[in-house]
Each structure stands twice: as structure tokens, then as C-alpha cells.
Ligand binder design. Structure first.
Ligand code: SAM
Length: 244
């Protein structure tokens, strides 16, 4: 529940954003945003990776245990962006990189060159529809800072469950809505409509853990944490994994 004053402030922000809404409605803002967002992420992702490196290492450490019987590890990364997670994948892994924004390609290819031991394959597609990936065909799915931006979280998670092998693992690290008793929550509610435009469809107030709980994984481990980031709005995070 949000108070009347919060709702009034939200309405004011939405009214101020009418020019952006119009540009979006006319189909101008979307392509412009998709074009410049990879440049922003290329800068921000580096700082984020430095601050979160230990958490990411902890999260991905047991990727080494897959797959059994000496077969090659197949990882599918959704919303791979510039490829910041390549550093965590074991040598010889096959990495299927899915992103809806083809303008990330340049950064992804440059980054892939630093990891010649990985077999990187790029797919431009929304994660809501991974029709090129067969049922039960991947050992692990990775998703960092993506579920905040997808159009339909439930559809994406359904696809994750479909493509994972039985016993396969979904690893996630996502910024989420803050605790309602905090100022961060208040500011998230006010700034969210603006954020959506400047961060290529990202939502500050998504309760991603709730979607994960309803997605039919056999085992789900979710840890809520405050990421050590300068921007308080994106500090509330969930980190964890889910097993099919
Ligand atoms: C904030 S960036 C995060 C990039 C990278 N995962 C990281 O940790 O730096 C979000 C990424 O998800 C992609 N994305 C958002 N919604 C998507 C969807 N429905 N399907 C595929 N990719 C999506 C965006 O294009 C962008 O590359």
C-alpha cells in the first residue's frame, strides 16, 4: 500500500514525463534507448562487478561441479549484456548468450575475445521466448540484473525451467524492491517511472523473489542483501539459486 502523498508525487513525476511518454508512444524513445543503454552498461557494469566480485564468486563457485561424466558444461545466460559474467565460467564451457538488444553485440564480442577458452554463442531474442533452445538441454542458466527489465518475469522463468536439464541450476543476482518501511522504498516508488525510461525498461519496484517462489523449482535459496553500491535505489538485492 502506498500513501496518498506518495501517489500524488508519483502522479506529478508521470505528468513531467509526458514528453518521454509521447516519444515512446511514437516509437522514437525505444530504439534511442536501446542504442545508448549498452554504452551506459559498459561503464556501470565494470564498477558493479568490482563491488560485487566476492558475491559473484560465491554464487558461481559450484558451476565447476557441473556437468557430471566429464561432458562439456552448457550455460545459458539471459540478458548477458556486455558479458561481465564470462570470468566466472569454467574453462571449456559452452555459453549461450541471449539478449534482446543487438546493440550489446559489439561489447560482448570484444569481451568474449578475452576468454578464448569459452565457446560463446550469441542469440538476439527476448528471454520470454527461447524457442531456439531445446527442452532440458542446459546445465545452468545465469541471470544478473535482468529480471528487473524483462516484460514478463513469469514467462522468462517458465522458459528457464523448460531449458534446464533435471537437476540443473538457475543462478540469479537481482536488484529488487526495498523493504516498505524504508526511505529507499519511498524513493523507489517516486523515481520508478523516470527510471524505466533512462534504464531501458528497468523496474525499481519489482518483487522478483515472489515470482521465483511461484515458479515450480524443486529447491530455491534466496538471500536478501544490501549491495555496497553508491546508488541507494538499487542496493536492495536478492542473490541465490534455484534447482529444477
Ligand atoms: C542491466 S543489464 C545487465 C547486463 C548483465 N547481465 C550484467 O549483469 O551486467 C540488463 C540486460 O538484460 C537485457 N534484457 C532485458 N530484458 C530482456 C529480455 N526480455 N530478454 C533478453 N534480454 C533482456 C538487456 O538488453 C540488458 O542487456
Amino acid at each position: 500500500m502506498i500513501s496518498t502523498s506518495t501517489a500524488a508525487l508519483q502522479l506529478t513525476v508521470k505528468l513531467l514525463l509526458l514528453p518521454l511518454w509521447l516519444l515512446s508512444f511514437l516509437g522514437i524513445w525505444g530504439p534511442f534507448s536501446s542504442l545508448f543503454f549498452p554504452y551506459i552498461m559498459n561503464c556501470l557494469a565494470k564498477e558493479y562487478s568490482v563491488k560485487m566480485i566476492k558475491r559473484k564468486r560465491d554464487l558461481f563457485f559450484n558451476l565447476q561441479d557441473f556437468p557430471r561424466h566429464n561432458a562439456k558444461l552448457t550455460v545459458l545466460e539471459i540478458g548477458c549484456g556486455t558479458g561481465v559474467n564470462f570470468q566466472f565460467y569454467p574453462k571449456g564451457s559452452r555459453v549461450i548468450c541471449v539478449d534482446r538488444n543487438r546493440h550489446f553485440d559489439k561489447f560482448l564480442s570484444e569481451n568474449a575475445k578475452k576468454y578464448p577458452h569459452l565457446q560463446v554463442e550469441k542469440v538476439v531474442s527476448p528471454a520470454e521466448d527461447l524457442n531456439g533452445v531445446a527442452d532440458g538441454s542446459v546445465d545452468a542458466v545465469v541471470c544478473t540484473l535482468v529480471l528487473c527489465s524483462v516484460n514478463n518475469v513469469q514467462k522468462v522463468l517458465n522458459e528457464v525451467v523448460r531449458v534446464l536439464k533435471p537437476g540443473g541450476t538457475f543462478y540469479f543476482m537481482e536488484h529488487v524492491v526495498a523493504d516498505p518501511s524504508t526511505w529507499t522504498y519511498f524513493f523507489q516508488q517516486i523515481i520508478d517511472p523516470l527510471w524505466w525510461y533512462i534504464a531501458d525498461g528497468c523496474c525499481l519496484i519489482r518483487n522478483t523473489a515472489k515470482y521465483l517462489e511461484e515458479s515450480g523449482f524443486s529447491d530455491l535459496k534466496v538471500r536478501h542483501m544490501q549491495a555496497p553500491l553508491k546508488l541507494h535505489l538499487v542496493r536492495p538485492h536478492i542473490v541465490g539459486y534455484a534447482v529444477k
